[in-house]
Design a protein around this ligand. Structure first.
Ligand code: FHN
Length: 459
């Protein structure tokens, strides 16, 4: 069964808005024009690989013989592990099977167009050689190799965009970082600005100066982030790499909206947005979480998201030896093979001109657990668009004939995207309909291209 999570909260409400006067914006990197230019590749890319990797992959969900509930990368917090003990994990960090080329190859096989990796998660451990803190992969481990450098080089060689996740506020390793109250007491009593100046800002500077072109910085959990503190990071990113995107979780408006984890909005959103999602349930590796989404589910979510105007950033959690769990690789590669034949319906494609196919609010006024109106999703088919072309992706056997949704445009022709097979079109009562062959060609998802007169649908 698909486990899509739909949110009906308008995405603008999810964005953290910052008031900037139009006059002051005109010449700045925050002008709408500059922002749109930065976002061009992001709109084209649509699908990215998220990687959560750090010391937490070693305990993999278990601490001192106890299974610690929750997401794997939160084990330090959930088990209240003192810094002095957690630090010892670094001495065991020796991922001899880590192969940056293989990771990038996986992203490419999967049809993903960008990679975002945890440069430092909430546990404070840097996956790069930082001069700011010795708690990093080169200085604190026997492995002694700069993971991010190797990944950045592999991405550069293969033309893959690379972004860095950076936990700007929570840092459980630092006395003044947010989150670690078991070693360092309440957050309100900390000198958070000392932490920002002493570690977070200088490390973001290192990331933007030592690893080539950075596609985006993915900030997260903006605790204690005031507009002024967030502005410090924005200025830093803009001054070092003006084309680098900032996600939606800095604590200020970034370049695009980041939805809640695994939350796909119910309807089309007009602003740029991205769903961060996991392939199983955790982000960082947990040995006991082998509940992978099926390739069909991933393909559905990807097309669903694109049909609503968004991007899908799908996470894997590599193991402590440096390999990405084989089962997750298999799922990604299966979807990648589908994308090889059907990618035209995804990359750079626009949203549906309709939207009724996404579903409808409950007519009985029912509410979900958060009190939002319940949305009854439909999952039979989705539409994505390019000028003069409509891509109908069917996830279930469609009714035949399949009535096209209302439009004034005439249909020129229709064909299967995967193999060019012609699909007959007939017009009944002025309404075109598709005579799709049954059984449907690809049970995972079959794309039918409908070419129309004119660039865009006229309703
Ligand atoms: O706390 C983190 C979590 O560990 C993970 O990194 C996710 C990814 O979106 N972000 C935070 C929770 O939303």
């Amino acid at each position: 069964m698909r486990s899509a999570v739909f949110s009906r909260v308008p995405i603008a409400v999810l964005a953290l808005g910052m008031a900037v006067s139009p006059a002051s914006r005109a010449q700045t990197p925050d002008s709408p024009e500059a922002k749109e230019a930065r976002l061009a590749w992001f709109h084209e890319a649509k699908y990215g690989l998220f990687i959560h990797w750090g010391l937490y992959a070693i305990p993999a969900g278990e601490w001192q013989g106890r299974r610690i509930p929750g997401i794997g990368e939160w084990i330090m917090f959930r088990a209240k592990i003192p810094v002095s003990e957690y630090e010892q994990l670094a001495k065991q960090w020796n991922p001899v099977k880590f192969d940056a080329e293989a990771w990038v190859q996986l992203a490419q096989d999967a049809g993903m167009k960008y990679v975002v990796i945890t440069s430092k998660h909430h546990d404070g451990f840097a996956l790069f050689h930082s001069k700011v803190s010795p708690f990093n992969v080169v200085d604190a481990t026997p492995f002694g190799r700069d993971i991010l450098k190797e990944l950045a080089d592999a991405c550069a060689r293969r033309g893959m965009r690379l972004g860095f996740y950076y936990s700007q506020a929570q840092d459980w390793h630092e006395p003044n970082g947010a989150g670690n109250t078991w070693d360092f007491g309440p957050d309100e009593e900390k000198d958070f600005d000392e932490y920002l100046r002493g570690k977070a800002e200088p490390q973001v500077r290192e990331l933007l100066t030592g690893y080539g072109k950075v596609a985006l910085v993915w900030f997260d959990t903006p605790r204690l982030m005031t507009p002024e503190r967030a502005q410090g990071f924005t200025d830093l990113v803009r001054s070092l790499q003006p084309k680098t995107l900032i996600d939606g979780r800095l604590g200020a408006a970034g370049d695009y909206v980041t939805t809640g984890d695994n939350v796909i909005p119910a309807e089309v959103q007009s602003t740029a947005w991205e769903v961060p999602a996991t392939l199983n349930h955790t982000w960082g590796y947990r040995e006991d979480d082998q509940d992978w989404k099926s390739p069909g589910d991933v393909a559905f979510k990807l097309v669903d998201i694109v049909s609503k105007g968004g991007n899908y950033l799908l996470n894997v959690g590599p193991m402590a030896d440096g390999t990405i769990p084989q089962a997750s690789q298999d799922v990604l590669r299966t979807v990648g093979r589908w994308l090889k034949a059907n990618g035209e319906a995804v990359y750079g494609a626009g949203p549906t001109p309709w939207g009724d196919e996404h579903g409808e609010p409950s007519s009985k006024g029912a509410k979900d657990l958060r009190g939002n109106p319940l949305f009854l999703a439909r999952e039979e088919w989705r539409v994505t668009t390019r000028p003069g072309k409509l891509y109908f992706t069917f996830f279930k056997e469609p009714r035949v004939p399949f009535d096209l949704p209302p439009m004034k445009n005439a249909v020129k022709r229709a064909y299967r995207l995967a193999d060019g097979h012609t699909i007959r079109v007939e017009v009944e009562g002025g309404r075109p309909r598709l005579l799709i062959d049954r059984p449907i060609h690809d049970p995972m998802a079959t794309v039918v291209v409908v070419e129309i007169e004119g660039d865009a649908v006229e309703r």
